[in-house]
Design a protein around this ligand. Structure first.
Ligand code: NAD
Length: 271
């Protein structure tokens, strides 16, 4: 696979949110050499975070100085919050730093900031960096197309109790893949919640249900309910390592690409 690591030189990466669950997984994966084409060059967390001033990797002290962190890197990797994703993308524009963004629940402001960065630098944005989930997205689109509108699609996702956004970005991506397979408008078809006397299930609906509890890393199942039969396409993540390894692979891939907004299917060559 072609990557941005030119002539054996490793791609310098800034990790945002090194104290977070994903930030820690990213640093562990990089230090373990899971992606030999990248090296952690800097790490930036929010002002006041306990990690500031501590060593997170060899020769890397976590800082709250975003300008410094971005200045030390060719690519930054962002698994934080929508608000801090917007701030980082805006700060990266003048330096044209490439980005790998995994934060989910992105709002209009964060998406506008990402688009502004993607106009001048290459940016990979994905709700899920695992190979398995990206294969599931393709399978769900094909299943929806093959089964057609007479089958009722429902997506169920399970995550740990600390997850902030619902439904998960991955569940939304799966539901969008189903909508694309059925050639229907996603916003018209989606149903995120049911309560009370909702009546029979309408045709053309794509249901999405979020379950929260414990320490579940992430589970997604797409159900297609037909008459007397049903199809289930599912994925279970048992470790954040898969997302970290995928994000580091994306960091190695994105360095040196033309400006633009890419997704994990581009990185994996599945687009
Ligand atoms: P977390 O709460 O454990 O970590 C968030 C980190 O962001 C913390 O270290 C926090 O201090 C830091 N942060 C907050 N504001 C900041 C700022 N202004 N500057 C720098 N850092 C800041 O959350 P998590 O479980 O690691 O998840 C983070 C995000 O990644 C969520 O949106 C989650 O849904 C998403 N996620 C995506 C994937 C994927 O494959 N795309 C996988 C897992 C999680």
């Amino acid at each position: 696979m072609s990557t941005g690591a030119v002539g054996g030189r490793r791609v310098r990466v800034c990790v945002l949110g090194p104290s977070g669950r994903m930030g820690q997984a990213l640093i562990e994966a990089a230090v373990a050499g899971d992606e030999p084409d990248v090296v952690i060059a800097s790490a930036v967390d929010r002002a006041g975070a306990g990690v500031i001033g501590t060593a997170v990797a060899s020769d890397v002290i976590a800082s709250d100085d975003l300008a410094y962190g971005l200045g030390a890197a060719q690519v930054y990797v962002d698994f934080t919050t929508p608000a801090s994703t917007a701030v980082a993308a805006r700060a990266a524009v003048s330096r044209r730093v490439a980005a790998v963004i995994g934060t989910t629940g992105l709002d209009a402001d964060a998406n506008a900031a990402i688009d502004a960065l993607a106009a001048v630098a290459p940016v990979v944005v994905a709700a899920n960096f695992s190979l398995g989930v990206n294969v599931v997205l393709g399978l769900c689109k094909r299943a929806a197309r093959a089964l057609g509108p007479a089958w009722d699609p429902e997506v169920v996702e399970l995550h740990h109790r600390a997850k902030r956004d619902a439904p998960s970005g991955t569940a939304i991506a799966i539901a969008k893949a189903i909508a694309a397979g059925l050639e229907v408008d996603y916003d018209q078809a989606r149903c995120y919640a049911r309560e009370g006397d909702v009546g029979p299930r309408p045709d053309g609906q794509i249901g999405v249900v979020a379950v929260r509890g414990g320490d579940v890393v992430g589970e997604h199942t797409a159900y297609f309910f037909g008459k007397h039969e049903r199809v289930e396409i599912g994925h279970r993540a048992t470790s954040r390592t898969i997302f970290a390894a995928g994000a580091l692979r994306a960091a190695a891939w994105v360095a040196g690409r033309p400006p633009g907004r890419y997704d994990m299917l581009d990185v994996l060559g599945l687009a």
